[in-house]
Write a protein that binds this ligand. Structure first.
Ligand SMILES: *Cc1c(COP(=O)(O)O)cnc(C)c1O
Length: 310
């Protein structure tokens, strides 16, 4: 996992027609299980946990969370315990994502929506810390200031791999974009595609993570490409992602990286990027999510293949 993730050229007739050069940063290949941005965000969190003699990590997620999946495996691999506070009912424990998390030793605590909403509340977190004094508490999605340095390594790697104008990334909680912004330090345009409905709070969230928001002026979150909300997509959206995958040879899922692809295709249609523009797409991984979507009948198992994990 010390090697940098590869950068590969994507070819597509639409890119040729608009004279765009498009490459993809394959963070989905970082590791077969802890792929993508969740590995990047956890790297310094787990290092911190070990350096400060925590015995494990407590964190939060939905029942199909890429973060929970990655955290369970990464802790298992690093000899740390893990506890997942999961929004939802105990029945979810046997689903695709959570059954694997438990195999890797994660203890699950199911909470209702009301309790889950307290996940950033200072008092609630203080109580949680009292209940688990030897555990490092990491926020939902792994997005805290420790996450920024790990994500920033994407920029360090890209600077060695290519020259480019704009980097595109999907945005969920904002930690990934914040890490990219900080490391990029105004060298390139950074375009975040919000994968959920929000009224500007993601921009605020990114500014909070950055601390120093005035210094960075080269980034933007595009709010109009969420396709109905978090994890929502139409049959046509899924087909468009699948056909883009078949045309290019790269696999995307419809919750994060696929929404970035749909946004890219729309932006190109709107002639958003000038001729000759050099784009890099950050493939943030998360392909385990396909398993849960098939399980819930939201994707067709004949078209989409179930990821397998050892
Ligand atoms: C969590 C996740 C994102 C969003 O990252 P944030 O740091 O939460 O904005 C993007 N892509 C994938 C595959 C993810 O799992």
């Amino acid at each position: 996992m010390k090697k940098q993730s590869p950068l590969q050229k994507i070819t597509h007739p639409l890119f040729d027609r608009h004279q765009l050069s498009v490459s993809i940063k394959r963070d989905d290949t970082i590791h077969p299980i802890i792929s993508g941005n969740k590995w990047r965000k956890l790297k310094f969190n787990l290092r911190h946990a070990k350096a400060h003699d925590y015995i494990g990590v407590v964190s939060f997620g939905g029942s199909f969370s890429n973060h929970i999946h990655a955290l369970a495996f990464a802790c298992h691999q690093q000899g740390l315990k893990s506890i997942g506070i999961i929004r939802g009912e105990k029945e979810y424990a046997s689903n695709f994502t959570l059954s694997m998390a438990q195999q890797w030793g994660m203890e699950l605590r199911f909470v209702n929506r009301k309790t889950y909403r307290l996940r950033e509340n200072t008092e609630y977190l203080a109580q949680l810390q009292l209940a688990y004094p030897d555990y490092l508490i990491v926020p939902e999605g792994g997005s805290n200031t420790l996450a920024l340095g790990g994500v920033g390594e994407v920029i360090t790697e890209l600077n060695q791999q290519c020259e480019f104008d704009t980097l595109l990334t999907p945005v969920g909680s904002g930690g990934t974009l914040a890490g990219l912004i900080k490391a990029d330090n105004n060298q390139h345009n950074l375009l975040g595609i919000a994968v959920l409905k929000q009224d500007g709070y993601l921009t605020e969230q990114v500014n909070t993570l950055l601390g120093d928001s005035l210094h960075f002026n080269n980034w933007q979150i595009m709010p109009e490409f969420h396709r109905g909300g978090y994890a929502k997509f139409s049959k046509e959206d899924a087909e468009k992602i699948l056909s883009f995958s078949q045309q290019t040879g790269f696999i995307f899922e419809p919750v994060y990286s696929g929404k970035m692809i749909l946004a890219l295709l729309d932006l190109i249609d709107q002639q958003y990027f000038p001729k000759g523009h050099r784009l890099v797409l950050l493939h943030t991984g998360g392909l385990q999510g396909i398993g849960g979507l098939i399980e819930r009948g939201l994707l067709n198992a004949n078209d989409w293949s179930m990821p397998t994990f050892g």
